[in-house]
Every structure is written in C-alpha cells, then in structure tokens.
Write a protein that binds this ligand. Sequence first.
Ligand code: NAP
Length: 298
Amino acid sequence: MPQTSTTQTSTPQTSTQTIDGKAVAAQVKAAVAEGVAELRRTTSRVPTLATVLVGDDPASAVYVGSKRRTVRELGMLDAHRHLPATATQEEVAAVLDELAADPAVSGILLQLPLPAHLDEGALIDRIPASKDVDGLTAESAGRLARGETGLRPCTPSGVIELLRSAEVPLVGANAVVVGRSTLVGRPMAALLLLEHATVTIAHSRTRDLAAVTRGADVLVVAAGVPGLIGAEHVSPGATVIDVGIHRTPSGLVGDVRTEEVLGIASRVTPVPGGVGPMTIAMLMQNTLEAARWAGTTL
Ligand code: NAP
C-alpha cells in the first residue's frame, strides 16, 4: 500500500505526492516487532543491540538514547557501553572485541563521530560483518559492492524502502545520486544498482550538476548543502528523495527546495518526516536480521 499524500499546487503540471516516511517507518518497525516475537517464540533467542558511545557529545547521546528506546519498544534487548572521551584506541577496541565474541549480542553499533584521537575506520572494522548493523565495515561495503548477502547501511536502505512503498519503478530507471560519502552516497548508488537502475553519481566536482540531475527518473540528494536542488535540477515526473537535514533558525530543512519542485516532481520526501525516520527503523530491521544469523558466519 503506497504511503503518500497528494499536494496540489496552484499551477500544477504534475500533482506531486509526498512520501510519508513516518508511516513507512512505523510499518517497518511493526514488522520488526512481529519478527522479534516470532524469533523469541521459535528459538528463545532475543535480538540484542549493543550501542557503544565514546565521550559525551550531546547530539550523539540523544541519537543513542533514541536507538536504545526503540530497541526496547520492539521487544529487543539493549546492551549499552559508555566509555569516557579519553578512552584509548586499545580500550575501545577491547570493548568491541568483547561484544563481537559475546553470543548474546546480535548487533554492535559504534556511535559516530568518535573523539578525534581515535582511528574510526580501524575501530569500525573490528565489528564482524554478521553483527555490523550500521553496515559500515569494509567487509560489509565489499559485500554490498559484490551484491552478496550482508547488512546494508541504514539511511540508504531506508531510501530503497521508501521507493518500494511508493511503488517507484527502479528496473532500468535513470537514478542520480548527489553525494559520494561512505555513509550515504556510495552505498545508495550500490543499492540502486542492485535494484537494476542505471546509476549516476554526482559530487562536488561534477560539471553542470543541473544537466546531470535533469536526466534522473529518481533523484536522491545527499549533499549536505541546504537547498542545493531546485526547480532547474528536476525533470517533470521525477521522484526526488531528500536525504539532507539541516537545523536553521526557521526549522529543519533539506538539500532540496521542496516548494519549488512541487508540481514538477511526481513524488518528493519531506524534511522532516521523510528519510529521517527510516534510518532508525532500518537499524532495527538489521538487528533482527543479525539475530536470525546468530551463530553463523556470513
Ligand atoms: P558528506 O559526508 O558531507 O558528503 C556530502 C557529499 O555531497 C560529498 O560526496 C560531496 O562531494 C557532495 N557535495 C557537496 N557539495 C556538493 C555540491 N555543491 N554539488 C554536488 N555534490 C556536492 O555528507 P553525508 O554524510 O553523505 O550526508 C549528506 C546529508 O545527509 C547531510 O545533510 C546529512 O545531515 C544528511 N544525513 C541524513 C541522514 C538521515 O537519517 N536523514 C543520515 C545521514 C546523513 P565531494 O565528495 O566531492 O566532497
């Protein structure tokens, strides 16, 4: 069932549907809660997410708090570790190794960013692929690039879920991803490729961004630049997914000037309430998936 509402504009060439990320995220979480109950009934295994927070960054503490709360709401177990900002590389590594070896732990999430003195990549890579619920280890990235089984990064897999819920055709579609970060852009492009889209990646060195994005049937914007994408970047009937999120004095905004593309795009995601709620929902789905794999190597 598509989760959309229709926005009629004053001079509509196209009526633009708004994809409701909150509703899709609620559906994903409800399905996870059912899956958790089923796993508990049939195997007595309880999916357990270990969150690791290093330091006292207030934003990170809020994100971790919300992940832990959602874990408990869906009937899973929350195993949290908090290390001081002064923790050494070896101390953080030892905690990750202990969680990796613990059969009761289904998934491990190392909250980023880490304090500057720590080697983020080396620590992420201590998480075994079977427990890598953020999908950020080199092994998970390699599995995604090769189209092999593995846990996928949460934000881009949330975008795929939104596209599915809105029944956006992807096979053979021209998909343009703006942004090539490890967290969003690159895995987004790889996931779209697995859906058989024809994928182009644009970035800060792209010449004539608008010419590239106007070729998109599906445009996913993850540039981290408020209002980068407007009417001149979007072809009639395109689906526009806005991953960007920025706090401004007038509230949260995305990378897309949404009001400009209404009446041009066939579908858009709002900010807030679009991609944002999907990230945590997909983290929950990954934790359940990891629990189903418990005791196996990928
Ligand atoms: P990032 O690491 O800063 O990467 C941004 C990418 O956009 C880079 O590849 C950069 O190109 C490209 N870029 C920057 N300016 C550009 C321009 N003018 N034209 C074309 N490309 C441009 O950011 P990120 O982590 O991928 O995040 C992107 C946005 O998504 C941010 O607003 C972030 O807050 C948001 N986000 C939201 C969620 C969520 O749950 N909703 C999750 C993660 C991120 P270069 O590589 O050439 O520098």
